[in-house]
Every structure is written in structure tokens, then in C-alpha cells.
Design a protein around this ligand. Structure first.
Ligand code: MOS
Length: 735
């Protein structure tokens, strides 16, 4: 069997296989499940950031129409500890009277209708003992955690190199808190049947939810089934088992009925985490002709009192550009804030803004074209280890993007380009994204009619996993895409990893590749036992598969269909399990390169009003092999919109006195609308990556990264104003 139809870099842009289900309303999201006898839950959240509950009066709520149960810390079930799953999960809710952040759940009300539950929840009265809260990252009393992930890196001698550098950039860049805001309101429908539990739940990792809920409720993992075939977006929000999930489970146990708990939009802001604000200190040393001699990158991010977070902002500085001397350090500070959590391109998005802004400043300082300085300092090999990259087309991204964009037409002078009232600026940024892949498994089954199923517990968060895995399996089994049925989003299926970290395509795809290989081997072995088969005594390596048939390599007539092999042996189906474990860089002698990219942006700034418009974006990405061009474009486009949001709009504002998120609605939290998004040109370059058997890198997040610094760099070109804080707003551009 040929491993894959290499080396086509762009897979066919077939439509989503789940598209018809979605547009006809047949795809059922967690909120769509209404079970017989189902009750509804509403949460009550704390209105102070730190302290203790002195007294709660629930009598009015309990007497409210339709109320079945009110649960507070006084009558909540004692739950087991939440295990860490890659990162920490929130410990079970309602276990004590301590308030750790504004918005923490302090009660749940269950009633016969959602309206009755919500109305009753408002009748609960709470008295607090308020403690002084830690809300300022610079508060000296706040706990600081140095090198939280053991990833602080140093090579060479940055101090000496910076001291000796003829040119130095020393600046601070900040990014604000952002909130993921998936469109679908996260919902849990919990239903107990004796000691077994079924959850319809919004998340990005059904097996993780299964594991955490089982541990909390003291039941075996197999007793918990988590169903997430569809979810209305995640962007990282679904990567932990948030507290509303055990609340729904506990409520269902208390009332002996299925319970639906659907968060409101404001509850989504406090209940699902958010992207941490960041402060990045960058020092670049360089020669007068712009060659980097030193990079020092330190970051400070926030985290909640009792949580953790993996947000290594400074890591981008270890793999983006060639420098003989590099030091990176990350620090976190604990505050009384709602959980910080992964949001599309965690760490990378903020760190890249800082680094790509600093590189741009260096270009101006030494009088080099901002594109040229990126090519000049291109990292031909992994700068940290000297190992070759598994693949890296950053140079092509920059060159192809520059041509498409018309970078050569840029007048290099500041404030030199104008169109009526508007100053025009061109900005560029490079992107080097992290690599992430986790173990995953899948089962592939060929049925009697020769069609196939692929099963895995992972979920498709809207990225197109159903479709690209159907394409991949079809290619490997020699079937048409519509002959492959995908079954995902069920924790009882073969164990899968998170739909996160841009790593699912590599992880699940490699597992599907393994399963298909094993399955073809089984067919070859089966045929080998049949002396009349044209495939008798043909070794696996000499078999090809196409149009549902196995045949001798180069001899299409000497073979049999999969269906016929099954029939001859009296089988109704044949299946194989496959799994994937990430390869080791040491063994392969290469550094896995995450996706790479380049952004070119034309910005226009109204000189009188400071109004910023993004007029054009060219985004070129190297994602290794692209399984489906159309869906990959959708991923990059969505990421680009997120990048414009991060650059110009998004800011989760926390009131510094109360710890309350002050803009926790779509009316107040600004996100880009259609009018804010210009013409976006998307292109892919590169080659199949060598690090996994299917040649993919993963492009779920990279589209967002680099948009903000490209816009900031364009604004500098247009106006001469260097903005080092996101989001960039009109007031920053007014004199
Ligand atoms: Mo992503 S932030 O890993 O869903």
C-alpha cells in the first residue's frame, strides 16, 4: 500500500460532510437535547472577588414557582478531587464558603422550566465577609511563579551580547485579556440512570470530561458517557472541565431527573476562562546591518488563585529567528480573577505580537526594509539545537506574500502614503507557530458493501475534522469520500485527544493512517489464505488500493474488491484499531516545525479622527500537507478575523475595585463585524512535513497569529506612531 497520495500539498476542497446536517438543523448540539422529564438549572455567581460567604438565604428561592431544588455549599454533595488533564481542572464547586473570584458559582437552582430556575436564582440573598482582593498584576503581595513550565531557555550569553550590540531595541509590549466567545452557549445535559451517567456537553475533549466527572462523582470511567458530536465553537474554551458541568451532574442526581444547564453569555465570560493579559519585555541586540546578535524575551501573565495555565509567551523567541544568544523567561502572577485559559494560539499570539513588533522597530532603527530584516535573520535550522526543521517554508510565506501584496510598491518613508484624509501604511509580520501533538486512537471498519466507518472519541469543534478524516481514510482505503462515514464525539469510542493546540489533525490523522494500514494488512492476510485469490502470496508492500479494490502494484486487473474478500470469507465487516504517538525529535534527528506564516496588511488611518481601517490582508501559511484546501482557508479566514479582533477590538475589562468583568456581553465586548474585515487573500505554501506519516502540521490557530503586529507595524508606517499595547484604539492615535 502506498502510504498516502503524496506529494500533493493541497487536498481537494470538498464540502463539509456534515454540512447538510448543519444547514438543515439535524446536527444536534448539546443545547438541542431535551430529555423526557428534564429539569432546568440556573447558576448563582458571587458578586465579590475575594472573601467568604457569611450567610445565604434561599427560602424565597425555594418557595419560587416550579423550583425543585436549591443547592449551595451547605447541601452540596462532597465531590472527589478533579484530576489534572494536561493542565489543572477547576476543583469541584460548592465545596466550601470561600470566594476566589467575582463570578464564582455559589449556588444552583433547579426548576421545571428555565424561566422559573432563573427567576428563583435571583431571589437568593447572600451576605459576604469581603477580603481585600488581588487584582493588579503589579501588586507586590500577589504570588509570583517563575519558570512555571520549566521551559525558560538560554543559550549563548545574552548579557554580553546586548552590552556589545551596536544597535539595541528595549521595549515593553502588552496585550489585554480576551474572551474566547464561541457562539454556542456552553450547555450540559446530565442524565443519570442508576450509577451510569450520560452527558450531552459542549467541550473540545470528551474523554477529558469523562475522566474528570468520573473522578469527582466516584464512579468508574466507563460509567460516564460524554457525547459531543457537535459543538458551537470553542477556540480553547472547551479544554477544561468547567464547574458548570459537575453542577449539572450534581443537580441531576439531587432531583432524580435529567437536568439541562445552559450558560448565559455573561456566565460564559466568567465560567470558561479567558486569554490572559500579558506584559512582554523584549531586548534585541543587532549589528548595524540588522543581523540579530541577541534576543531577550520575558513575559508576565496572570492566572487565577487556584488554577494553572500554560501560556509561554516568550517561547516564540526561541524558534522564530536565528540568534546566537537567546534568553527567554516566563512568569505568572496569581490574582482573584476568573480562570485564565487557552484561547486560540495561547502564548504564541501575545509573544508573536511582541517579537514581531520589536523586529519591526529594529528594521526602522537600522534602516532596513521590514521584510528584508526578517529574511536576513531567517532561521535555516532550529536555532536552539541546530537540528534541521521537519519542514519550514517561512521564507516562501514571506516571499510569496510580498509578491501577492505588492510590497515593492511601498514607499519606505513614514507618513509618505496617503489617500485623501487617510494615511496609508503597509505592515508585515512573520509567524512561527509551536508544534503540538498528543497520542490518539481511532478504529476503522470496512463493511460488507465495501464502505467504511471511522470512529474516535474526539470532537469536531467546527474546524472540519469530520470531513478531512473522511477524505484521509477514503484516500488510504481507496474509497470515495461519501463511502466513509465518520463517527466522532462519543467518549465510548476509541480514546481521543483534545481538539486543541492545532494538534488534532496530526494526532487523529496519524491514528487513522495507522488503523487503515493495519486494516489493509488484515485484508491482504485474508486474501493470502485464499489460494484462488489473485492476491495470494502478495506481500503487503506490493499491494495497492484504489476504487475499493486491492491489487498487485502496477497490475490493476490482478486484484479483488474489499467487499468480495469479506464475502469470500463469510465476514460482514473487518475492523482495525490504530493509534498514534508523536515521534521523538531526537530519534528523527529533526525539530518538528509548527506551521509558519506571513501577514501583509494595508492599514488606513484617518488623520483627524484616528479611525483605523484594515484595507487589505494577505496571509500565506505553511501548514505542511493541507488535507482540504477549502476548509483550511476557512480556518485561516476565521483566525484572521480573530487576529483583527485582538489587534483593534477585543478587551475583557475587569473592574479594578470589584473584580467584575465590566463588558461581559456581546453589546459591550467588541468583536469585528463584516464591515471591519477587508479583502483577505489566503494562500498555502510548503511541502508535506516529515514529522508524521501524513505530513500535516495543523493550522487551527496560526491564522490569528501575526495579524496584530502586522497591523501595528502598518500603523507605524502610516503615522509614525508605534503602539505597543493591544487593542489599538482611536484614542492612541490622536495627538
Ligand atoms: Mo485551542 S486554544 O488549543 O482550542
Amino acid at each position: 500500500m502506498t502510504t498516502i497520495q503524496q506529494p500533493r500539498i493541497l487536498g481537494a476542497g470538498v464540502n463539509r460532510v456534515d454540512g447538510p446536517l448543519k444547514v438543515t438543523g439535524q446536527a444536534r448540539y448539546p443545547n438541542d437535547f431535551n430529555l423526557p422529564g428534564m429539569a432546568y438549572a440556573a447558576v448563582v455567581r458571587s458578586t465579590i472577588p475575594s472573601g467568604r460567604i457569611r450567610r445565604m438565604d434561599t427560602t424565597a428561592a425555594e418557595k419560587s414557582p416550579g423550583v425543585l431544588e436549591v443547592i449551595t455549599h451547605e447541601n452540596a454533595d462532597h465531590l472527589g478531587e478533579a484530576p489534572a488533564t494536561f493542565i489543572k481542572n477547576p476543583q469541584p464547586p460548592l465545596q466550601d464558603d470561600v470566594i476566589r473570584f467575582y463570578g464564582q458559582y455559589i449556588a444552583v437552582v433547579v426548576a421545571d422550566t428555565q424561566q422559573n430556575a432563573t427567576a428563583a436564582a435571583r431571589r437568593i440573598e447572600v451576605e459576604y465577609d469581603r477580603h481585600e482582593a488581588l487584582l493588579d498584576p503589579h501588586d507586590p503581595r500577589a504570588e509570583r511563579i517563575k519558570d512555571p513550565w520549566g521551559e525558560d531557555t538560554a543559550w549563548g550569553d545574552v548579557r554580553t551580547a546586548l552590552n556589545r550590540a551596536p544597535v539595541m531595541i528595549d521595549q515593553t509590549y502588552t496585550t489585554s485579556e480576551n474572551t474566547n466567545n464561541p457562539l454556542g452557549l456552553f450547555t450540559t445535559v446530565a442524565s443519570w440512570d442508576g450509577d451510569t451517567l450520560t452527558l450531552h456537553d459542549s467541550n473540545q475533549w470528551p474523554n477529558m470530561i469523562q475522566q474528570v466527572v468520573a473522578a469527582m462523582f466516584g464512579v468508574p470511567r466507563d460509567a460516564v458517557r460524554v457525547l459531543t458530536p457537535f459543538v458551537g465553537g470553542g477556540f480553547g474554551a472547551g479544554l477544561r472541565c468547567w464547574s458548570h458541568i459537575p453542577l449539572a451532574v450534581m443537580a441531576a442526581r439531587h432531583v432524580g431527573r435529567p437536568v439541562k444547564l445552559e450558560l448565559t453569555r455573561p456566565e460564559m465570560f466568567t465560567g470558561l476562562g479567558h486569554r490572559t493579559a500579558s506584559i512582554n519585555w523584549i531586548r534585541l541586540g543587532a549589528t548595524r546591518d540588522g543581523r540579530l546578535t541577541a534576543i531577550e524575551h520575558e513575559s508576565l501573565t496572570t492566572l487565577p488563585l487556584d488554577g494553572d495555565e500554560y501560556e509561554p509567551c516568550s517561547s516564540v523567541s526561541t524558534w522564530s529567528y536565528a540568534s546566537p544568544n537567546v534568553t527567554t523567561r516566563d512568569q505568572q502572577v496569581r490574582l482573584n480573577i476568573p480562570w485564565t485559559n487557552f484561547m486560540r494560539a495561547p502564548g504564541d499570539a501575545q509573544g508573536n505580537f511582541a517579537l514581531e513588533s520589536a523586529i519591526d522597530e529594529l528594521a526602522w532603527e537600522v534602516g532596513l526594509d521590514p521584510l528584508e530584516i526578517r529574511l536576513l535573520n531567517y532561521a535555516e535550522v532550529d536555532p536552539k539545537t541546530g537540528r534541521p526543521w521537519s519542514s519550514n517554508a517561512l521564507r516562501q510565506c514571506l516571499e510569496v506574500g510580498a509578491r501577492r501584496f505588492g510590497w515593492s510598491e511601498r514607499n519606505p518613508e513614514i507618513r509618505s502614503m496617503r489617500d485623501g484624509h487617510e494615511l496609508v501604511g503597509y505592515g508585515v509580520a512573520g509567524v512561527s507557530f509551536f508544534w503540538y501533538q498528543q497520542p490518539c486512537s481511532a478504529r476503522v471498519i470496512v463493511k460488507g458493501d465495501g464502505s467504511a466507518y471511522v470512529r474516535s472519541a474526539v470532537t469536531d469543534i467546527g474546524t472540519g475534522t469530520y470531513t478531512i478524516m473522511a477524505q484521509l481514510a477514503a484516500g488510504l482505503l481507496g474509497l470515495e469520500v461519501d463511502q466513509v462515514e465518520m463517527q466522532l464525539g462519543d467518549s465510548s469510542m476509541p480514546v481521543g485527544t483534545a481538539a486543541g493546540g492545532s494538534g488534532l489533525t496530526a494526532a487523529l490523522g496519524s491514528a487513522v493512517h495507522d488503523a487503515c494500514g493495519r486494516l489493509i494488512q488484515k485484508f491482504v492476510d485474508l486474501a493470502g489464505t485464499d489460494p484462488f485469490s489473485p492476491l495470494a502470496n502478495v506481500p503487503f508492500e506490493d499491494v495497492e488500493v484504489s476504487e475499493g479494490r486491492l491489487f498487485r502494484k502496477g497490475e490493476p486487473t490482478r486484484g479483488e474488491s474489499l467487499a468480495r474478500i469479506l464475502a469470500v470469507h463469510g465476514l460482514t465487516e473487518l475492523s482495525a484499531d490504530g493509534s498514534s504517538t508523536p515521534n521523538s525529535p531526537e530519534q528523527l534527528g529533526m525539530t518538528p516545525a509548527g506551521a509558519r506564516g506571513a501577514r501583509f496588511v494595508e492599514v488606513r488611518v484617518d488623520e483627524d479622527l484616528g479611525r483605523i481601517r484594515v484595507a487589505r490582508i494577505v496571509t500565506v501559511n505553511d501548514g505542511g500537507r493541507i488535507l482540504n484546501e477549502k476548509l483550511a482557508r476557512s480556518q485561516i479566514l476565521g483566525g484572521t478575523v480573530g487576529g483583527v479582533g485582538m489587534a483593534l477590538f477585543e478587551e475583557t475589562v475587569t473592574d479594578k475595585d470589584t473584580g467584575r468583568i465590566a463588558n461581559a456581553t456581546f453589546g459591550d465586548y467588541l468583536i469585528p463585524v463584516n464591515a471591519d474585515i477587508p479583502d483577505v487573500h489566503i494562500e498555502f505554501v510548503g511541502e508535506p512535513d516529515a514529522f508524521n506519516p501524513i505530513g500535516v502540521k495543523g493550522i487551527g490557530e496560526i491564522g490569528l497569529v501575526g495579524v496584530a503586529p502586522a497591523i501595528a507595524n502598518g500603523i507605524f508606517h502610516a503615522t509614525g506612531k508605534r503602539i505597543r499595547a493591544l487593542p489599538i484604539t482611536m484614542d492612541m492615535l490622536m495627538d
